[in-house]
Design a protein around this ligand. Structure first.
Ligand code: F6P
Length: 328
């Protein structure tokens, strides 16, 4: 019995979970290709934890992961799965790992999805997490997969909105994603030269904001770009409050970037990061290590115990925020 187990090929399971973002396919491809190069079998679950709970999976071939490096979204699909939060759902997920003979499961997901993976790890599943999220709120990491691409998308939008704002002497309020974290608004605001950046981590001081808008619009041809993270305030609410505070009417427009930020082809940075992380996940498997998530921390690929996700949340870079105030 021991011998047949030892001679059996290692099977690596993969799933993508949580909100999609650019670079998930690049990570899937990297895990699959490096696994195949090492002679392992690869099984992918469709629709995230839903596929795991329902045992909906495919045996992955080389061609299944061809031509996906450059594609946004996730070809494996992602879905919310209430069942996975129940005892019954977790048991079904464990059964499905067993029936597909999965030795290691690589979960490509955000903070919430990786916490879900921890529940499986506590039942004995051998898990490796590859973090992706445009919110960039994974503890310990510099950049999660998808963040750089989303920042580039927002910066591109800011460049376009600057053209129209300057042509019409207007104030633009641009709402970005980021429910709990201001990373996306801060990084894209700095890179896109926003005049004001509003983030959930710093309460909005509306009277000061109104004065700032008035001061900026005084000059001929002036305009204002205000970037606001959805977690700080809704763009429409910022506009309503400003309208009530401004001494003279100001021509204001609100642009909600919405899910556009989650789509598109991954940046070169995200493709490289996803490839490195896929490679590292398989290296860990080769060494028999698991129960961790991996990522770029202080510019090196490192691993952290999944339990770390239950600890303190990732804080925003307040130094960058302070710098942004001096640049405006
Ligand atoms: O967590 C990533 C994120 O993109 C958030 O920034 C955003 O608030 C949320 O997902 C949107 O989720 P949904 O696609 O379910 O509307």
């Amino acid at each position: 019995m021991g011998d047949s187990k030892a001679s059996r090929k290692i099977t690596v399971g993969i799933l993508t979970s949580g909100g999609d973002c650019p670079g998930m396919n690049a990570a899937y491809r990297a895990v699959a290709r490096v696994s195949m190069a090492k002679g392992y079998s690869v099984v992918a679950f469709r629709w995230g934890y839903k596929g795991l709970v329902e045992s909906d999976a495919l045996s992955v071939s080389y061609l299944d992961v061809a031509d996906i490096l450059q594609r946004g979204g996730t070809v494996l699909g992602s879905a919310r799965c209430e069942e996975f939060t129940t005892e019954e759902g977790i048991c079904s997920a464990m059964d499905s790992l067993k029936s597909w003979e999965i030795d290691y499961l690589v979960v490509i997901g955000g903070d919430g999805s990786l916490k879900g993976a921890l529940r499986l790890a506590r039942r004995g599943a051998k898990i490796i997490g590859i973090p992706k999220t445009i919110d960039n709120d994974v503890p310990e990491l510099d950049n999660a997969i998808g963040f750089d691409s989303a920042v580039n998308t927002i910066v591109d939008s800011l460049t376009k909105l600057r053209d129209t704002a300057s042509s019409h002497h207007r104030a633009f309020i641009i709402e970005t994603m980021g429910r709990k974290s201001g990373w996306l608004a801060l990084a894209s605001g700095v890179a896109g030269g926003a005049d004001v950046i509003l983030i959930p981590e710093v309460p909005v001081d509306y009277p000061v904001l109104a004065q700032e808008v008035e001061r900026r619009l005084r000059a001929w041809g002036a305009y204002v770009l205000i970037v606001v993270a959805e977690g700080a305030a809704k763009g429409d609410d910022v506009r309503t409050v400003l309208e009530s505070l401004l001494k003279k009417p100001v021509d204001m427009r609100v642009t909600v970037l919405g899910h556009v930020q989650r789509g598109g082809s991954p940046s070169a940075f995200d493709r490289i990061l996803a490839s490195r992380l896929g490679y590292e996940a398989v290296n860990l498997i080769e060494r028999g290590e698991y129960g961790v998530y991996i990522g770029l921390a202080n510019n090196a690929i490192r691993s952290f115990p999944l339990e770390r996700l239950e600890g303190e949340e990732r804080e925003i870079d307040m130094e960058l925020y302070e710098i942004s105030k001096l640049l405006k």
